[in-house]
Design a protein around this ligand. Structure first.
Ligand code: ADP
Length: 532
């Protein structure tokens, strides 16, 4: 039921007592039978500490508060300011048990009183504060009570709020003349803005503190990261270093080396594999050594067999070569048994004996030289030798044969000296062999030319003859031991085939070279170079 008019005052005074922020409260008539709709049926106001009946009772039929509440809305109006007091009108309908609207209860909340304690209690840091203004700039709550009711217009935040209604922040000078950072937010539907201001002296030091803390934190984070990273790296590097050491030691051939890695991961496996490899390599190495020894054994066996073959061949050739003159001497000596041996016949026999004796001497000479030179000659016991003198000496020894064969032998010396540091005996033997061949393989009345040239580095000797020459097919074998060309065997029965072998061994043992050009039945030219 609608509250009886006589009881309405009691209810309203009770509400005013219970809610100190309430500035005014009234019932407005809705039901036409009992009263005039839209007119207040009862009203009370707070006047300082007093609670008084409000007079007169007003017609509020056009009030938006009444109209909205009648429609069922809870009405909260815009802030009103009067005499330094800001208030917000509120209205709500009152329903009976059947949910029918019986009246409207309308009132005003004194914002100063309602918000002031909250504003006073709100703190930002140590010096920041909060206050409330109306959209027009009237301060409705401020920590310092004295500023309540004052109007601020220059605040940039207010301009921004006025134009956009959104929340804003800015730096400016506050009402009290302090540089502040401020932020404002409009409370929707009330026209009240809450502004938070923070003196910049504090925000700056705060920002500094925050930056300092961030810096410190970053430093600490880096330090921790560094310690973790290096300990992880160390853990990783240690086994890798051990592996590297292992591979290089084992690689250098120490197969008894073992790497020790106990990381329990792939690196440990790798270490174990490396050790296995070292074991296998050791086995291989032993095998290789065995094989090497076997190879050496079979090589020395082969060499021995070769040598034994060479020795057999040597003995056969020498005995064959010696056999010819010795048989001739034997036969000739038998002729002396004949008492009727004529003087002419005797001379013939003596000639044969003498020639055979010379052949034997030639063969023995080759053997002596060979035994002296050996198979792998390296020059030794060198002296300064005049090669021109050596050639002249050889020609001196050979003058008999030259005369006998009616040869035209010429010797063309170099303009300068031809002195070389050589072993005189062996060089003499080498040149003697070449000159003897040129004379021996020349036909009667032929010509032999010997040329000697020299520069600071080497001495060059060329021996040219017009003799039987060397058949093309035999030329490649001519420096081999015991080799004799087909036409030489026919021409000169005795010969060991050792001469040119000895020449090559001696000249090359002196660091020189020997080679030839030859054409069968035309002649040959043998060239020798000798380093000084
Ligand atoms: P030897 O003269 O005792 O047969 P060498 O070793 O001195 O042995 O010569 C090997 C072979 O080279 C000779 O048998 C001969 O066939 C050939 N030879 C060497 N010198 C000449 C030369 N000046 N003219 C023709 N053939 C030569």
């Amino acid at each position: 039921a609608p509250i009886a008019f006589s009881e309405q005052g009691f209810v309203l005074q009770g509400l005013l007592k219970d809610i100190p922020q309430l500035a005014e409260i009234s019932f407005i008539c809705v039901t036409p039978s009992a009263c005039e709709p839209g007119r207040e049926t009862s009203r009370f106001i707070r006047n300082g500490a007093e609670i008084q009946a409000g007079t007169p009772l007003r017609d509020r039929s056009r009030d938006s508060a009444f109209l909205a509440a009648k429609e069922g809305k809870i009405y909260v109006g815009a802030v009103e300011s009067a005499a330094g007091i800001s208030s917000v009108p509120l209205a709500s309908r009152v329903l009976n048990a059947k949910n029918e609207i019986v009246e409207v209860l309308a009132g005003k909340i004194n914002l100063n009183a309602a918000i002031q304690p909250i504003i006073k209690a709100a703190k930002l840091g140590t010096s920041g504060y909060v206050y409330a203004v109306t959209r027009e700039g009237t301060i409705i709550a401020y920590p310092n009570q004295e500023l309540v009711g004052k109007t601020i217009q220059t605040l940039p935040l207010l301009d921004a709020i006025a134009s956009s209604g959104a929340s804003k922040n800015a730096s400016y000078t506050s009402v009290t003349g302090v540089a502040v950072s401020g932020a404002a937010r409009l409370i929707p539907e009330t026209g009240v803005a809450v502004i938070a201001e923070w003196p910049q002296t504090e925000t700056k030091s705060l920002i500094r503190t925050i930056l300092f803390q961030i810096g410190g934190f970053l430093l600490l984070a880096f330090a921790i990261l560094f310690i973790i990273a290096s300990s992880v790296a160390l853990k990783l590097i240690e086994p890798i270093a051990a592996l590297r050491e292992g591979t290089s030691v084992i690689g250098a051939g120490n197969f008894n080396y073992r790497v020790q890695i106990k990381t329990g991961d792939e690196l440990e496996d790798l270490g174990a594999n490396l050790n296995k490899m070292a074991v296998n390599l050791k086995g291989l190495e032993e095998l290789r050594e065995l094989k090497l020894r076997a190879d050496l054994l079979s090589e020395s066996l082969r060499k021995e067999q070769e040598l034994s073959k060479l020795k057999d061949q040597f003995i056969t050739t020498i005995s064959h070569q010696l056999n010819t003159p010795l048989t001739a001497i034997n036969w000739s000596l038998a002729a002396f048994d004949d008492p009727k041996l004529s003087k002419e016949k005797m001379k013939e026999v003596v000639d044969i004996i003498s020639k055979s004796q010379k052949d034997i001497v030639a063969i023995v000479n080759d053997l002596v030289t060979l035994s002296e030179v050996g198979f792998q000659y390296k020059k030794s016991r060198v002296t300064s030798v005049d090669i021109a003198r050596v050639i002249e000496k050889i020609l001196d020894f050979s003058s008999g044969v030259i005369q006998l064969k009616d040869l035209n032998v010429t010797f063309q010396k170099t303009a300068g000296d031809a002195i070389a540091r050589v072993n005189e005996f062996t060089i003499m033997k080498a040149l003697e062999n070449l000159i003897d061949n040129a004379i021996g393989y020349s036909n009667k009345g032929g010509a032999v030319a010997i040329e000697l040239a020299a520069d600071e580095k080497e001495i060059r000797i060329t021996i040219t003859d017009q003799g039987i020459g060397i058949p093309k097919e035999d030329q490649s074998a001519i420096f081999q031991q015991f080799f004799r060309a087909r036409n030489a065997i026919q021409k000169k029965n005795v010969g060991t085939g050792l001469g040119l072998y000895i020449v090559k061994t001696i000249i090359e043992g002196h660091g020189g070279r020997v080679w030839f050009e030859s054409e069968e039945n035309k002649g040959s030219a043998f060239h020798v170079t000798l380093p000084r």
